[in-house]
Each structure stands twice: as C-alpha cells, then as structure tokens.
Design a protein around this ligand. Sequence first.
Ligand code: ATP
Length: 255
Amino acid sequence: MADPLLRVENLVRRFGGIVATDNLSLDVARGELHAIIGPNGAGKTTLISQLTGQLLPDSGTIRFADRDITGLPAYRRSALGLARSFQITSLLLDFTALDNVALAAQAHDGHSFHFWRSARAERPLRETALAALQRVGLGSRAETLVSKLSHGEQRELELAVALATKPQLLLLDEPMAGLGITESARMVKLLQELRREVTIVLVEHDMEAVFALADRITVLVYGRVIASGAPAAIRGNEEVRRAYLGEQHVVTRHG
Ligand code: ATP
C-alpha cells in the first residue's frame, strides 16, 4: 500500500510463554475504517495497546504518519494524533460530561498542570469540548454528571473525549460492548458519520456492526493475521469461518 497512515511490521509481543502478538504486519490507509476481529485472547487489545504506547513490543516496528513511533511514549503518540477509546470505561464519574471532554482537550494541549484552574473556565477549551459533545449527539447532556449518563451515553462520551484531541487516527476497543440493540444502532450510525472525518481502527465482537462499517477487516487468531481484506472476501474465507465467523451470526441488522 502506498503511503499508509499506519504501518505495523513484524510486531512481536510475548507474555511469558504466550505469544500475544506473533510477527504481525498490518497497513491502515488514510481515511479507511479498518476492523480487527478474532476470538477471545487473539491479541486484539494487546495490539491496540502497542499502537497507543501503553505496551512496548519485543520486536518489530510501528510507523504512524511517516514516523517511526515504536519506542515513543503514549503522550507523544497522542500529540501526533493517535487517540484511543477504551474497552473499560476511563471516564471521571463525578465530573460533568463537559468537564471530562474539556480535561482531555486541556491535557492534549499540554496544559494539564493547570488542572485545578478548571478546564471548563477556559473559553477555547470549553468550545472545543462542546463541539465534540455535539458531534456525538450529547450537546444537551453537557452539564450532566457522568454517573447519571446511560451506558450508551458514556460510550458516546468516550468518543467525544477522543475527538477533543483532534486525532488523525482513532483506535476503538469494543465500542459496542454492553450496548443494547437501540444503543448499538446509534453507535453504528455515529461511527458511520465519524469515518468520513477520521481514520478508524475498530476492535469489535459485534459482527453485524463490523460488516456494516468496515472497509477492510483483519482477522487475528493466536496473535497472528490469518486473513486481511474487504468484508466480502473475509465473509467467504474458509479459514476465517472455521476459526471465528462460524460461531457468529453474520446478518446485516445495521444495513
Ligand atoms: P478479548 O477479545 O477477550 O478482549 P483479545 O483478542 O483482546 O481478547 P488480548 O487481551 O490481547 O486478546 O490477549 C492476548 C493473549 O495475551 C491472551 O492469551 C491473554 O491471556 C494474554 N495477555 C494479555 N495481556 C496479558 C498480561 N498483561 N499478562 C499476561 N498475559 C496477557
């Protein structure tokens, strides 16, 4: 692929005797929504953690926006435009939705030492935060405490937190986890809109969502890429069906 936004080459990460990432290579083109799927324990979260810098690989390289970021700490990657939305919620429950987004934008701009001066009092931050909240449909919930938001709204807020850092690449780790049918349909619709603005790597077990959203899908099993390609090719791939999709019900609820 010419000039990918993200290029992972020969990545290896072990935990004791387990090879969680096994010589993994992957390209993500600018503007694409690239889904990563695979059974539990396939190494999807371990891969995302290496992309964000929470975890360093044993070997291999990660290039992002034409730079080698393999050894860069997480905050430097974030400054370059890499944002992650967590599988496990990372929100401050006793703060408002607006505060959560404003604090993320403030930390990203390098002003985190002003934490107690109240991020929301600073007008540009407040405007950035409000715009991000509106982007995910939470404009009317700005002043609501996170603890009072529904689970679906909290997931949307996590997206707003990531968007407030104006990322080039959004890494989403199971954004549909725990959502009901209505909430996950809302999330799919939101991701369908966001994909026009930002490149997305999506780890997700909801195959209906994955097949509705992805331009390309990479399938991991035991840390290895067993297939990578367009959704139709992945759906028709025998090895993928045997290893993973055979147990899933791949229909097209999200159209
Ligand atoms: P799931 O779909 O269940 O979230 P996953 O595909 O994200 O799974 P990982 O969580 O990346 O898989 O785990 C990959 C392998 O690495 C598993 O065998 C897991 O037990 C192991 N592993 C992950 N993190 C650690 C850790 N910190 N210490 C030891 N082993 C780990």
